[in-house]
Design a protein around this ligand. Structure first.
Ligand SMILES: *Cc1c(COP(=O)(O)O)cnc(C)c1O
Length: 468
């Protein structure tokens, strides 16, 4: 068939707009989006026809058939237009703080407060007692000070921002002493020392990779020293012949020379994680008690809140930090602040089981066994003879550059299909309406129940059903 003859069979935009399903769509979602989808649908069909013709291969499709394909494609496009790019996924990887999957899921209390604060006006920077301008950090100051034992606090966009701002305000043009063993790289190949250098402070590295002594710091001190800095090596672990200098020792040195001590904790835990069977992780409270003048940490790592960089410490230093112009560039928004206040209140009322990250880290073997059984049984019903479903013992990870090497025994459901390999299954599930992200081990696709909610278990089954 001639090219033109084939292309002439393509439906016109006007023809499709008269089709019933398209008319229904226009009523629901408006003419603009639907006409757009119809145009794109016809364009796509034209392009694929032209490609086939070039390869000398022509499908003989009649006008009615062509129209049907165009309508179906347009319906799918409207569906795509309506769905979001940034959307919910199911984390079946077992990595609790998965940075690529948005780190900490928020507690219900935080979500409710976001809705309440952001759907209308709020007293974000308004003092209701005085009827005058207020400070946005005022809403969380008392809470954070009470929980951590610090004198004062402020919050910015994230912890990298908190470190940058603190060094800019307290050490620009001066020297900051840091141990060589603490020059760490965090996710996405960002290096803490590079972020620090942006502040205009000069990093003076002391000690060796594995050992740094308090005398190393002392030898480096001069009249230009602004800070003694400790960075918690939260994403890797030293074993064997190593030592670092404790905050207490740095504090004693700082007092002798009149130099403040700062600790970047990274993860920022507010509770002793040993009670969840995890390796010890220094808490913010301990760091303050040990004498740190400034402590910075993330809101969305082990704390289990929204992305934020929290700075706590001595009032006089925080006043200097708050006055720095970068404060304005890094400032926290009202959505985050409302979520953070709600999460901190859960810590104060010791309602830790309301915080998803804590709940997942402390999930009992019995609960995981129960969830795995339920998931396996439901999956078996949709998979039937097409494959096998099995519960296995495995380990999940904390993730988010926190608690390296911590092994959390878990239950996972292993799914293998006769006709589809694990890679192919993983890809299909990634592309499902609600994507399910699992992990592959020994040629099987695993769904780790530690990071899945009640709701997720049901949705995951539905999604597996949809891709079979
Ligand atoms: C994660 C981490 C940061 C960065 O925190 P973000 O909140 O991700 O910006 C900085 N320092 C340390 C030690 C960290 O572990």
């Amino acid at each position: 068939m001639e090219k033109n003859q084939v292309l002439r069979k393509l439906p016109k935009v006007g023809d499709l707009l008269d089709e019933t399903p398209i008319k229904d769509l226009m009523e629901k979602y408006g003419k603009w989006a639907v006409v757009n989808a119809v145009r794109r649908s016809i364009d796509e069909i034209r392009r694929s026809l032209e490609e086939s013709l070039e390869r000398g291969f022509v499908d003989v499709v009649e006008e009615e058939g062509m129209k049907k394909i165009a309508v179906e494609r347009a319906l799918r496009l409207v569906d795509e237009y309506r769905s979001y790019n940034l959307k919910k996924v199911i984390n079946a990887t077992g990595v609790v703080l998965h940075t690529n999957l948005g780190r900490a899921p928020l507690p219900e209390e935080a979500l409710k407060n976001i809705l309440d604060v952001a759907s209308g006006y709020s007293n974000l920077e308004y003092d209701l007692m005085e009827g005058s301008r207020g400070e946005r950090y005022a809403h969380i100051r008392e809470l954070l000070c009470e929980i951590t034992g610090a004198e004062d606090t402020m919050v910015v966009n994230n912890n990298a921002g908190a470190v940058l701002l603190t060094l800019s305000a307290l050490a620009a043009g001066r020297e900051v002493i840091i141990s060589r063993g603490q020059l760490v790289e965090i996710g996405g190949s960002f290096r803490v020392p590079d972020v620090m250098a942006q502040s205009g402070a000069r990093l003076v590295e002391v000690g060796t990779t594995n050992k740094t002594h308090v005398e190393d710091y002392e030898r480096a001190i001069n009249e230009n020293t602004a800070l003694l800095l400790k960075v918690h090596t939260s994403n890797f672990r030293f074993v064997g012949f190593w030592s670092e200098v404790a905050i207490e020792q740095l504090k004693a040195l700082g007092l002798k020379y009149g130099i403040p001590v700062m600790e970047d904790l990274g993860s920022g835990v507010l509770v002793d994680v040993r009670k969840f069977g995890l390796p010890p992780e220094p808490t913010v409270q301990e760091s303050i008690r040990a004498g740190a003048d400034i402590v910075t940490f993330s809101g969305d790592k082990l704390l289990g809140g929204p992305q934020a960089g929290i700075i706590v410490g001595r009032k006089e230093l925080l006043e200097r930090i708050k006055r720095h112009p970068l404060t304005r560039a890094l400032r926290i928004d009202k959505l985050t602040l409302s979520a953070l206040e709600a999460v901190l209140k859960l810590y104060r009322s010791e309602s830790l089981d309301r915080i998803p990250v804590i709940k997942m880290l402390s999930k009992s073997q019995e609960d995981m066994e129960k969830d795995a059984r339920q998931l396996a049984a439901e999956l078996q019903k949709v998979v039937r003879e097409r494959g096998t479903v099995e519960i296995i013992d495995d380990v999940s990870q904390v993730g988010g550059g926190s608690l390296p090497g911590a092994e959390l025994p878990t239950k996972a459901v292993a799914l293998s299909l006769r006709e589809t390999g694990p890679e192919e299954l993983a890809e299909r599930l990634r592309k499902a309406r609600i994507p399910v992200i699992g992990r592959i081990k020994k040629d099987r696709f695993l769904l780790d129940v530690r990071t899945m909610s009640e709701e997720d278990l049901k949705t995951a089954v539905e999604m597996v059903g949809s891709v079979l």
